[in-house]
Design a protein around this ligand. Structure first.
Ligand SMILES: [Ca+2]
Ligand SMILES: [Ca+2]
Ligand SMILES: [Ca+2]
Length: 685
């Protein structure tokens, strides 16, 4: 199925003049590679000299350095590898000069003594907004572009019926966080203009390239089909450069019967097909989520502190399901044959401002239902536009299970005419509306764009105003990115729960006089109407309430471990560990996990305890054991506690002296006797 890009049509209705602004610069690559390596328990380098938890610091450092050195020699890296902190007796930091961390991780992952390797990323605190945030030119007022309301949709909502009630309350979210750079948001779209000055610093860099990190999924191979390459419009099939080359349709293409782009463009008032300009749709979406924010220019994004991952799946006249699904999998870090896996920057949330008519049919590989399930299982949330079918039913993939589907609101909180509706909708957010049929457009959505009608204008500091559920979706996505910035462990279902539990209720007054309540979709157009929870989702998106609810849930949980016997355990004795969790109000434990951080030579694992609050250990020797209990609550939030258990050698009872049989027997002695008899019986005949 080809999804004609019906959601792109409402961008760039207005073409405000450019505002020139200073360009921003980006920092260069880190000077030293840094990864976390866990060696296999049976690795030669681990067995050669064992580390113990109670060793002197210098001894620990020496062992870690020896292991890093041996690893470097095995991998042909010579003496370039250094060592850092040890996390347990076989897990440590490994560093290398003159290469990047991802390259080092790939090199070391091939080593047969290495069990696990991960880039040791630098994390930043999810900082709250400073005073005066955001200082972007068009945030409060964009009258220079013809719209005095500026970025009204981000601002604090009015509670007055008929006022601007659908704004998402972003300032209240920003008082908690403006976004963490470790949260990655995938823009599954037409690609982006990496050189937009108000997107500077929002992408991951690629060494030696002018474009940022991402992928262009359009067309499997360069020679696969002329139609694929024509759709891609960049001269080839899939490639690592997700730059948007433009998706314009010429009048000739629009009218060529049997051609690839027949009737893909716009119609004039007489119904004649006249072609269409480039949409720059992915650049719009990218800026709404995470334009460079508080940089004194252009616009603010919902989550200016997060990173963008552009995945290009739509070209001229939209894109194919296969390219879109491959892009979704790749974005979430799931392997796709024939493409390098995105292990470097897997996304936590996918923006899908795209869709087409039809049902979410089928299960199994190659369907949206399966693709979404895989992405959810990888821990990423999928947010999809409901569609712009003017009140008709939600299309695919917005009608698939496992997604958050977004309908669009007018500024007064009623469903805006163009938005699709129905029971599949999860939540509603502003989508832009002019109010006036002539004169100034009062409440459109401001987004980063490009002034090129066909090919892009380089480094164009240009902003478009537009409308559509395509523009409501990134407001939800930006909010989700802020929620992940506070708590990266949230499951996709927990994200949806927090979003839906914190909405503001739909309004029933303040709309245009005479409008009715929204009803279940039919094939009849349903313009502005009063939303219900059965037609527009749970309510109006409130970014502030959602992020604050996540923050309130974080840190309220804790785990305690009771050990029996409380002290004086000896080898051969069963030790029982009982964990208990204190959780946030209304939360319950969904699962328990026990981790043996260090067996201390006394145990190699738990005797019991899989997904149970109670676990047992049966030490066979003396040693210091370290365990960790982790409770995961029903929202996917995890809390852990560690405990150290010292096990003494089995009690030895002095042999009774002077006759008197029947004294206590010595278990070690008995064991020795049993072993001896067993050995005897194994003597060769
Ligand atoms: Ca290409
Ligand atoms: Ca490309
Ligand atoms: Ca800005």
């Amino acid at each position: 199925m080809r999804l004609k890009n019906s959601l792109l049509i409402l961008a760039a209705l207005l073409s405000p003049g450019l505002a020139s602004a200073q360009s921003a610069t980006q920092s260069s690559a880190p000077p030293e590679a840094r990864v976390i390596v866990r060696f296999k328990a049976e690795a030669d380098s681990v067995k050669a000299r064992r580390m113990a938890l109670d060793m002197e610091p210098g001894e620990v450092r020496g062992i870690a350095q020896n292991r890093a050195h041996a690893l470097g020699m095995r991998r042909g890296l010579g003496a370039r590898l250094g060592s850092g902190r040890s996390l347990d007796v076989r897990t440590q930091v490994v560093t290398a000069r003159g290469m990047d961390s991802a390259t080092l991780a790939r090199q070391l992952a091939k080593d047969n003594e290495v069990e696990f390797v991960a880039v040791d990323q630098r994390r930043r605190i999810a900082a709250a907004a400073p005073a005066g945030y955001p200082n972007d030119t068009y945030y409060a007022n964009a009258s220079a572009l013809g719209v005095t309301a500026g970025q009204w949709y981000l601002q604090t909502a009015s509670s007055t019926p008929g006022g601007v009630v659908s704004s998402i309350n972003a300032p209240a979210a920003w008082s908690v966080t403006t976004g963490s750079s470790s949260v990655v948001v995938a823009v599954i779209d037409t690609g982006v203009r990496f050189d937009h000055p108000d997107l500077a610093g929002q992408f991951f860099t690629v060494a030696g390239q002018s474009y940022g990190y991402g992928y262009d999924m359009i067309g499997y191979a360069e020679n696969s089909s002329a139609a694929s390459v024509a759709t891609a419009n960049d001269g080839n099939g899939q490639d690592p450069d997700a730059s948007d080359p433009g998706d314009w349709i010429t009048p000739a293409e629009d009218n060529q019967v049997g051609g690839t782009f027949y009737h893909c463009g716009n119609q004039d008032s007489t119904g004649k097909y006249i072609g269409s300009n480039s949409s720059w749709h992915g650049t719009h979406v990218a800026g709404l989520i995470a334009a460079a924010t508080n940089n004194g220019m252009g616009m603010a994004g919902v989550a200016g502190g997060v990173k963008l991952l552009p995945v290009r799946v739509l070209g001229k006249c939209g894109g194919y399901d296969s390219d879109i699904m491959a892009g979704m999998l790749w974005a979430a870090g799931i392997p796709v044959p024939g493409i390098p896996t995105n292990t470097a920057h897997p996304a936590k949330v996918l923006n899908m401002s795209l869709g087409g008519s039809g049902s979410c049919a089928g299960t199994g590989t190659g369907t949206y239902a399966d693709t979404i399930a895989q992405v959810n299982a990888a821990g990423a949330t999928v947010v999809v536009a409901a569609g712009n079918s003017e009140g008709e039913a939600v299309g695919v993939p917005g009608n698939c299970p496992g997604v958050i589907t977004v309908a669009a609101l007018r500024q007064v909180g009623t469903k805006v005419g163009f938005s699709s509706l129905g029971p599949e909708v999860s939540i509603a957010a502003p989508g832009g509306n002019c109010v006036n049929l002539s004169g100034p457009c009062l409440y459109p959505i401001l987004a980063t764009g490009n002034s090129g009608a066909t090919v892009p204008v380089a480094a164009d500091n240009y902003y478009d105003y537009g409308f559509g559920t395509s523009f409501s979706t990134p407001l939800v996505v930006g909010t989700v990115a802020l929620m992940y910035s506070v708590q990266p462990q949230l499951t996709p279902s927990a994200v949806k729960t927090f979003l839906q539990q914190t909405v503001r209720p739909f309004v029933s007054t303040g709309g245009t006089a005479g409008i009715a309540q929204c009803t279940a979709p039919t094939t009849t157009v349903q313009d502005e109407c009063y939303c219900t929870t059965g037609t527009c989702g749970a309510g109006m998106l409130d970014a502030g309430a959602a992020v604050q609810a996540v923050q309130a849930a974080v840190g309220t949980g804790s785990v305690a471990i009771a050990v029996s016997p409380a002290s004086g355990a000896t080898a051969g004795q069963t030790i029982t560990l009982t964990a208990s969790a204190t959780l946030g109000a209304g939360r319950s434990v969904a699962s328990w996990a026990w981790t043996l951080t260090d067996g201390g030579g006394a145990v190699t694992g738990f005797a019991s305890g899989a997904n149970s609050a109670t676990a047992t250990l049966q030490p066979t020797a003396a040693g210091v054991i370290r365990v960790m209990a982790t409770a995961t609550d029903d929202l996917g939030l995890s809390y852990s506690m560690s405990s150290t258990i010292t096990v003494a050698a089995a009690a030895t009872t002095p042999g009774s002296s002077g006759g008197g049989g029947g004294g206590a027997f010595n278990p070690l002695w008995l064991l020795g006797l049993m072993l001896a008899s067993w050995l005897l019986r194994r003597q060769p005949r």
